[in-house]
Ligand binder design. Structure first.
Ligand SMILES: [Zn+2]
Length: 380
């Protein structure tokens, strides 16, 4: 239901009239003064809502979308309109684009900044939202969408956030090991802003409350003031920048983390290197290698393996600063997680992996030589 109508060629905003002016208008309307709905040109009437909000309604059903708007929508529109006006902004309700491609619920202007508030009570898909938001962007208007049933739609927004998060992963479809994904957990307003640059907030229309990740419920007028002060925009932009930064680190660290897991398998879980060395040394013991030579060879291999195991334990230890043991809900035992931290962390991780890589190739080389010697011995 609209707050505004056209009377004698002028746009009148119902709540702006005093009680006396409203009563006079009602009397004149009774005597035949025409009220035209600004939205569709249909004839209209005037009345007051239960809360006393002066507004207009369609006298006939023209199929106009504004006739469908709920009372909750009307009251919220008025509340935000009032708040913007009181904050000293030049404010319009039901403000149409020059070509009527969009109509803003509330449009507030000050010092060259144009802010639109859209109250959306009925369902809207992420694509519809993006399409409607583009209109505002094209018109140079900073738009804010208050979405009722926010949580019901949260899943749609979260799934595009998920794919955004995994963009650039070195092994698509495979989870990057040692990453504490809880650092990427956040609310819908950030999901929508990060993936689509659309500013939204959750709305409890009946309670006239708005909610976000960090604010479970604040009065809609408080939210509107935060928007006008630029604080909400700042919050969204700063959060998005921080997430973008962490996501980049994640992508940078991913190859090394995959490699690190391979080392875990080879060193700890499957003991691949040790088994290979043991096998060779066992054969040598039974073979013809002189005792001194054998002692030297096995001593070298054992100390190399010990070095490797010690290094590995060092890298995953808490004081080393690369990894931490973290309790994660749903997991019985603490799990090893990589600490994303500053970019230098990733460099440090890369260096560890490189050290292991170098060790691995020198170990492989030494083992190749040894195994060849065993084979030669056998064939001799
Ligand atoms: Zn209409």
């Amino acid at each position: 239901m609209p707050l505004s109508a056209i009377i004698n060629g002028e746009t009148i905003i119902g709540p702006d009239l005093s009680e006396k002016e409203w009563a006079d208008l009602a009397a004149q309307h009774k005597k035949g003064l025409a009220i035209t709905m600004a939205c569709c040109g249909a004839p209209g009437h005037l009345r007051r809502s239960k809360r006393g909000t002066q507004h207009f309604y369609h006298a006939v059903d023209t199929g106009c979308g504004y006739a469908e708007e709920s009372l909750e929508h009307l009251e919220l529109k008025y509340l935000i309109y009032r708040t913007c006006k009181d904050a000293g902004w030049e404010t319009h309700v039901e403000f149409p684009a020059p070509d009527r491609s969009w109509v803003a619920d509330v449009l507030a202007e000050k010092d060259g900044r144009k802010v639109a508030f859209e109250i959306q009570i009925s369902a809207l898909s992420p694509d519809q939202l993006a399409e409607r938001d583009r209109n505002y962007r094209d018109a140079g208007i900073e738009s804010y969408w208050l979405l009722d049933e926010y949580l019901g739609r949260a899943h749609d927004f979260a799934s595009s956030y998920e794919s955004w998060l995994r963009e650039g992963d070195p092994r698509p479809g495979e989870r990057v090991p040692y990453l504490d994904e809880s650092v990427f957990e956040t609310g819908t307003e950030n999901h929508v802003f990060i993936t689509r640059r659309i500013r939204t907030a959750g709305l409890h229309a009946k309670k006239q409350e708005v909610f976000t990740t960090n604010n479970p419920a604040i009065p809609a007028e408080v939210f509107a003031r935060e928007v006008l002060a630029g604080n909400y925009r700042k919050y969204l932009e700063e959060t998005a920048a921080a997430f973008e930064h962490t996501r980049k680190l994640r992508a940078r660290a991913a190859p090394a983390l995959f490699r690190f897991r391979e080392f875990y398998h080879a060193i700890v879980r499957d003991r691949t290197y040790r088994k290979r060395a043991d096998r060779a040394l066992r054969i040598l013991k039974n073979g013809k290698l002189p005792a001194n030579d054998l002692r030297k060879k096995s001593g070298e291999i054992c100390s190399e393996l010990e070095w490797l195991e010690t290094e590995y334990r060092l890298y995953i230890s808490d004081p080393y600063g690369l990894f931490a043991w973290k309790r994660i809900p749903g997991k019985e035992r603490p799990v090893l997680v990589f600490r994303p931290g500053p970019a230098s962390q990733v460099k440090k991780l890369d260096e560890c992996v490189k050290r292991f890589d170098r060790w691995e190739s020198s170990f492989s080389h030494a083992m190749d030589v040894l195994e060849r010697r065993i084979a030669d011995g056998k064939s001799r």
